[in-house]
Write a protein that binds this ligand. Structure first.
Ligand SMILES: O=C(O)CCC(=O)C(=O)O
Ligand SMILES: [Fe+2]
Length: 303
């Protein structure tokens, strides 16, 4: 690797927002053409910045969660301690404290340095084009390819999300081999809300990254319970996460002041498969939950 990939990458202008929203073929071509360059640039960025960058690891997570999860990996029969940290806040929607709010400043500082890197990043244009968001998974064009971040991202999915999801939603077992993720950022005048939709995932973990002093108003997430016809509006607190099946209809209300930053992580099966509607929801043995699939990652990306 020669040490000028970073400068080269910085000199390349992103396609226009309009072209990205239109999903113009030239946009796909753009990311394809520069794939290796951008990946090398993130490597180089990490090396250049290594004295400034915080190590991303599980010390950023809530201690009770980290301890309970560590224990469950050692002895799956003790995973009730993890379950006790999950609260059902709407039908099929569970809340947990994921990050330690006191450590979020470090993670956010890392992400600020990512923006300052000026390497082209592809914003998530699944539902809307969220300007200050990034694709996180290596299957995605223009993803955040810094090796340290990638190791942390994989740890969040493999060590934490998948076994917890299997505990709550046993029918996802086997429909959880593949990963997907992006970050989103809301502020009142640009990207402020998301209309009702379902996710193309088997399960979604949506984690808030707001610092304790970063208050916002509005921006509740509405979950629609089709069985009862009721709507449950839930507001994120710093470092909390909500986990739900992808097929739960949800929407984000407009943010009226402040900002909100979240990581949205998805699991689904090979080639994007999700469990059939009538999938049996019978519990699986704890020892099966605390495992990591060995299937190769495919390249299917829903958006
Ligand atoms: O506003 C949120 O946190 C929900 C985002 C969401 O539903 C999505 O990105 O699919
Ligand atoms: Fe969603």
């Amino acid at each position: 690797m020669s040490f000028n990939q970073l400068q080269q990458a910085r000199a390349i202008a992103l396609p226009s927002r309009e072209a990205m929203l239109r999903r113009d073929p030239s946009v796909h071509q753009f990311w394809h053409t520069h794939k290796a360059l951008f990946s090398d640039a993130w490597n180089e960025w990490q090396q250049t910045e290594q004295d400034n960058l915080l190590t991303l690891d599980s010390s950023l997570l809530d201690k009770r969660l980290r301890d309970a999860v560590t224990q469950a990996w050692q002895d799956p029969s003790k995973d009730v301690a993890v379950k006790e940290l999950l609260q059902e806040v709407a039908p099929g929607v569970f809340e947990l404290q994921f990050f330690d709010p006191e450590r979020l400043a470090d993670l956010r500082e890392y992400l600020e340095r990512v923006w300052d890197a000026q390497i082209p990043l592809r914003p998530p244009y699944g539902i809307v084009l969220n300007r200050r968001g990034a694709m996180l998974d290596s299957r995605s064009e223009g993803y955040l390819a810094a090796p340290n971040f990638q190791a942390f991202y994989r740890e969040m999915l493999n060590t934490y999300m998948r076994p917890i999801a299997r505990m709550l939603f046993p029918e996802i077992m086997g429909y959880d081999t593949q990963t997907f993720g992006f970050s989103i950022h809301y502020q009142p005048n640009t990207d402020s809300s998301i209309r009702p939709h379902t996710d193309a995932s088997a399960v979604t973990l949506n984690i808030n990254l707001n610092l304790p002093d970063e208050a916002f108003t509005g921006s509740a997430v509405d979950f629609f319970d089709l069985a009862s016809g009721q709507k449950h509006s839930l507001t994120f607190k710093p470092g909390t996460a909500m986990i739900h099946r992808g097929n739960v209809v949800h929407a984000a209300q407009p943010i009226t002041s402040g900002e909100r930053t979240n990581f949205v992580l998805w699991l689904y099966g090979d080639r994007g498969q999700i469990p059939p509607q009538d999938a049996k929801r019978t519990d699986i043995d704890a020892s099966e939950r605390w495992t990591t699939p060995t299937a190769a990652l495919d390249s299917f990306a829903p958006f």
